[in-house]
Write a protein of this length. Structure first.
Length: 742
């Protein structure tokens, strides 16, 4: 008797709840699925634009009112996602913004004209999306049989993690270093992440630290680009780090007249500004050149979508992008004016540098260019197209260089000869495709970069001379010959730069910390002009980092705290001096203890702090993590926690849909191999809503039929998981009984 009375009270309570919380509209309508868009930033109406696995993805659903003349309030939907016929973890998906007032004519440029869903897709050639509008019949309809729509057989392709290092440029005649906040992951790379889809970007600071530049950048941009490319191609891998596919230099403000510039189209090195209204767009624009894109004057041609809302901060740009926005390769734009068209969008996806290198595509380590190399020699300089000449910088020997392939479309021949004058190597390079300036208008650079890596030896003999010629006319642009004598160099001193500390510095017992000064003496019997690079090894000479480049004064300074920590007193320093062609090294005999270890670089990419989401919707947590000693962080080193829910998971990209209602104080924590960690705090609000009525069979009632469905799904996920804890169990049973309709 007591059980029956309790059941009656429960049924009475449930009926009242249904009558109030799930009340229906006075005038019934017929709701159907009008359109489903699956997008990662750009998508055409046919849903045929390529999608990439493991990337945050949005599903935007338009609802048709089928003849109704006024918006319909209280409309929501549910999406079930299947990979190879199996429902994925985290499915079904509940909207992040529902219920909405569905408009008569939905327009994708309005965020809340569509029901929006988020998830992270697996790698698969067979992903199906089944959308059900009004899944729990909370809106009265004339026909419930037509409430579903689908997008089937979508492919999510494998792409690798692409390595991109950035270099803060200490531009001494332009005010010094740019803001660290503007360059960092989650700020400087926000536009780039929104429009160029790879597995993920391992965007991080260069392990070589800052680069000091003391020449007017408008007259030395090509030399600066060649220096950046040296860092990327030669010095970073020589130091034992992964060679990045790309490198980018940041300047304070906008001192360069063209906003930014790329070394080539395609290419691997670029630089740009930190002007507030341009810096994020300039970065993405120059990377577009490096992918291989020329300038254009096109609009984006479709309503696009910033999935992770990367451009909300600091410019408050909304997620939908109207068709009138211009493609990122349109010159001279501000950030708010641009997005991406399909051609530019696909260029990154189709580039060989983002192609997967493993069968599964689920590698956890960072990407990076091939490290396979050979003894080589680098020639770089400035091609003056007006005066038809190339001014070559000093050449440098490479222990393991990547020899460039011949470019059949190139406009410059580089020819190498042995000591007998015999031609031993010839290849073409392109210096013309990157002449157009990255500013408003159609002007061209007078000078562009020339950069080439050649084999150092032929039949055991070093090459003796090089000649650069125009491809079409044969005119000689530049020549360089090896002089009879290599320079001689002697390292003389290394000491703290602060004189008051020098007297008590003992390299045998004291670690090098802070600003350090190095001195040397060098001579050349041929009278050639000399330039020098200072190299550092943290491991007794196994790998070398260039920490000061191109100095010829006999003295230079560096910040020891910016270097990787040495292994005990195995920190070594070496001077590499060039007379233009011949190179010689001089090493300090003394080993040093360098640095004290640094915590990892950890940054929040999404969600934006202060974001408010509806209960039950999926939240994408995305982080960047890199360490000077460990380099790329795998998923296990990145942990997320909530002040309400405690630990919520690990991973650089993590999706969660079962966060508790309330204001969460969130913590992102990255821990390196030595146990050092960095934490980032942010806030997230989960707003209460009824996202699931418990009507599992969608017949308008919560009754025994729904109970049978729930019991059959015990200890599994799916629609019966009413509290979204990942498993159907006792708590879900309690929720269903509380909503009983009989």
């Amino acid at each position: 008797m007591q059980v029956r009375m309790a059941n009656r009270r429960l049924a009475s309570f449930a009926s009242a709840l249904v009558a109030t919380a799930f009340c229906v509209e006075a005038h019934a309508v017929d709701l159907t699925v009008a359109a489903v868009e699956v997008t990662q930033g750009y998508q055409v109406a046919a849903n045929s634009t390529t999608l990439v696995a493991f990337n945050p993805t949005a599903i935007r659903v338009k609802v048709s009112l089928n003849g109704a003349t006024a918006p319909q309030s209280g409309v929501d939907a549910m999406v079930r996602v299947y990979s190879n016929g199996v429902e994925i973890a985290g499915s079904p998906l509940y909207s992040t913004n529902g219920p909405i007032a569905a408009p008569v004519v939905p327009n994708s440029v309005n965020l809340n004209d569509t029901l929006n869903f988020y998830f992270v897709p697996p790698q698969s050639t067979n992903v199906d999306f089944v959308v059900t509008v009004n899944p729990f019949r909370t809106v009265a309809e004339t026909n419930y049989a037509n409430n579903s729509g689908s997008v089937i057989d979508r492919t999510f392709v494998c792409r690798k993690i692409v390595e991109l290092a950035y270099v803060p440029i200490n531009y001494t005649i332009g005010g010094g270093l740019p803001s660290a906040t503007m360059m960092k992951p989650g700020d400087g790379d926000n536009f780039l992440r929104g429009i160029y889809r790879v597995r993920d970007w391992n965007y991080h600071r260069s392990p070589l630290g800052n680069l000091t530049w003391s020449t007017d950048v408008n007259s030395s941009a090509t030399t600066l680009l060649n220096t950046l490319n040296d860092i990327r191609q030669n010095q970073i891998p020589a130091a034992g780090y992964t060679r990045p596919e790309f490198i980018y230099g940041w300047l304070l403000g906008n001192p360069y007249s063209g906003n930014g510039v790329a070394i080539g189209i395609p290419g691997a090195a670029a630089l740009g500004n930190t002007q507030q209204n341009k810096y994020q767009r300039t970065f993405a624009h120059e990377l577009g050149h490096l992918w291989g894109q020329q300038h254009n004057t096109t609009t984006i041609g479709a309503i696009a979508f910033d999935v992770e809302n990367h451009l909300r901060d600091p410019l408050a740009i909304g997620q939908p992008m109207p068709t009138t926005k211009k493609d990122i390769m349109y010159a001279g734009l501000t950030t708010i004016e641009a997005w991406v068209n399909q051609s530019t969008y696909l260029d990154a996806i189709n580039d060989a540098r983002s192609a997967c290198t493993s069968a599964s595509g689920e590698e956890e380590e960072g990407g990076g260019a091939s490290d396979a190399g050979e003894p080589a020699i680098r020639f770089a300089g400035t091609h003056d197209h007006v005066h038809r000449r190339v001014e070559l910088q000093p050449a440098f020997d490479l222990v393991s260089g990547i020899v460039d392939a011949d470019d059949p479309t190139g406009n410059v021949w580089i020819e190498a000869y042995d000591s007998d004058g015999a031609l031993v190597y010839a290849a073409r390079r392109d210096t013309a495709r990157c002449r157009e300036r990255c500013e408003e208008g159609c002007s061209q650079h007078q000078s562009t970069s020339f950069y080439a890596v050649l084999p150092r030896f032929h039949d055991g003999e070093e090459i003796a001379s090089v000649v650069l010629r125009e491809v079409f006319t044969g005119q000689i642009l530049s020549e360089m010959k090896r002089s009879a004598h290599a320079p001689s160099v002697e390292a003389t001193r290394i000491e703290p730069a602060l004189k008051r500390l020098a007297m008590r510095f003992d390299p045998a017992t004291t670690a090098l910390r802070g600003l350090v000064r190095v001195g040397w003496e060098a001579v050349d019997l041929d009278g050639d002009a000399l330039s020098a690079n200072l190299l550092y090894s943290p491991d007794g000479g196994d790998g070398w980092i260039a920490i000061a480049i191109g100095d010829a004064t006999g003295e230079m300074e560096f910040d020891a705290d910016a270097l990787p920590q040495s292994r005990s007193a195995e920190g070594r320093f070496r001077l590499r001096v060039s007379d233009g062609f011949n190179t010689i090294d001089a090493e300090f005999a003394q080993g040093f203890t360098v640095g004290g270890g640094t915590p990892p670089d950890v940054h929040l990419l999404s969600p934006n702090t202060g974001l408010s989401v509806a209960q039950g919707s999926t939240v994408i947590f995305h982080a960047s993590a890199w360490d000077l000693d460990d380099q790329y962080f795998n998923d296990a080193g990145v942990a997320w926690s909530s002040s309400i829910d405690g630990a919520i998971g690990t991973g650089r990209v993590l999706s969660k849909r079962n966060l508790s209602v309330g204001a969460h104080a969130m913590t992102l924590r990255g821990t390196d191999g030595s146990g050092m960690f960095t934490e980032v705090s942010f806030s997230l609000i989960v707003a209460a809503r009824e996202f699931h009525s418990g009507d599992l069979d969608a017949d308008g009632l919560v009754n025994a039929a729904d109970l049978a469905i729930l019991l059959s799904a015990w200890n599994t996920s799916g629609i019966s998981d009413l509290n979204l804890d990942g498993m159907t169990g006792a708590e879900d049973l309690a929720v269903l009984l509380s909503r009983w309709s009989l």
